[in-house]
Design a protein around this ligand. Sequence first.
Ligand SMILES: NC(=O)c1ccc[n+]([C@@H]2O[C@H](COP(=O)([O-])OP(=O)(O)OC[C@H]3O[C@@H](n4cnc5c(N)ncnc54)[C@H](OP(=O)(O)O)[C@@H]3O)[C@@H](O)[C@H]2O)c1
Length: 336
Amino acid sequence: MKYTKLGKSDLTVSRICMGCMGFGNAAAGQHHWTLDEAQTREIIRHGLELGINFYDTAIAYQSGTSEQFVGRALRDFAKRDDFVIATKFTPRTQDEIEAGVSGQKHIENYLNQSLKNLGLDYVDLYICHMWDYHTPMEEIMEGLHNAVKAGKARYVGISNCFTWQLAKTNFYARENGLTEFVSIQGHYNLIAREEEREMAPFCADQNIAMTPYSSLASGRLSRRPGETSRRLEQDAYAKFKYDATAEADNKIIARVAELADRRGVSMTEISLAWLLTKVTAPIVGATKFSHVEGAVHAVDLELTQDEIDYLEELYVPHALVGVMAQNGRQRAGNVV
Ligand SMILES: NC(=O)c1ccc[n+]([C@@H]2O[C@H](COP(=O)([O-])OP(=O)(O)OC[C@H]3O[C@@H](n4cnc5c(N)ncnc54)[C@H](OP(=O)(O)O)[C@@H]3O)[C@@H](O)[C@H]2O)c1
């Protein structure tokens, strides 16, 4: 495994971050394909053995049970200083808004619950899961700063935002002596490259770490067209994200397969080796030992510039999907 600094922070992270959305009680949330606690522990133990020290979860994953499983496993298998845990909070709920819970209080409450779920005194990275159009940005930034001052979060990050939103919040924080975001968790992979337009140059300029999610397009960049899996069949949300562009995407996926054959490696290794040339640490969802191993091997694969160009050549701009599409609709003033 190779390690790097997470942007401007003092955190040393593995070049692969393990995505923990696939862990948790399958009856308790959005995903029915998640691993139970015993299986989760095996995957995390294997990740630690292979040098992965960076783990990404969220309070929203399976109603906090991902945090619970991940926290227990990390505490049992590693020393606190030897892992970097990131978790995320969601926007204020309608009930909180009606009850007059401020943005600051919302963050305090959610972080306390996440720490309880994880069984930890602090998280290394506390991430704003998505832009909150119903809470003043100033309250969010102050709430996050309070979390850092209280020692409950070492650093803060943001996910699913436009570049202007990250610029606005960080410059507001800088002007007001508050804590800036050190990382962005956006949707970025070989068949979803909209982050390259504004976000990537902004992050390079500001030394903000990019830790993209769905690095393998939820598995599409790991398998040949036509191959299926339990998750692919059950994950309606990810299917919806990529269905509209499947025809164009399959041409790129075919090039990934072609290069994998030529280099004698897996498609996962090609897809992640490409992303590793662009970002700090891709987040990879792993629910099998082979997933963890494929991601770890990718760190040692060097692509030539010709190979990178070949992989990039066929991309055409894509509409934003998932949470970012929702962000765009809300910006336009539509109620979501
Ligand atoms: N911030 C956000 O809004 C957000 C949104 C989504 C995800 N995330 C984070 O990002 C993480 C990853 O997201 P994701 O699961 O959608 O994306 P992903 O990493 O693109 O896809 C994971 C899937 O890829 C396949 N895969 C992974 N490694 C493989 C290997 N070595 N060989 C073959 N197939 C392999 C598996 O598919 P099969 O199971 O089909 O074999 C696995 O379920 C999540 O766990 C979460 O931490 C964040």
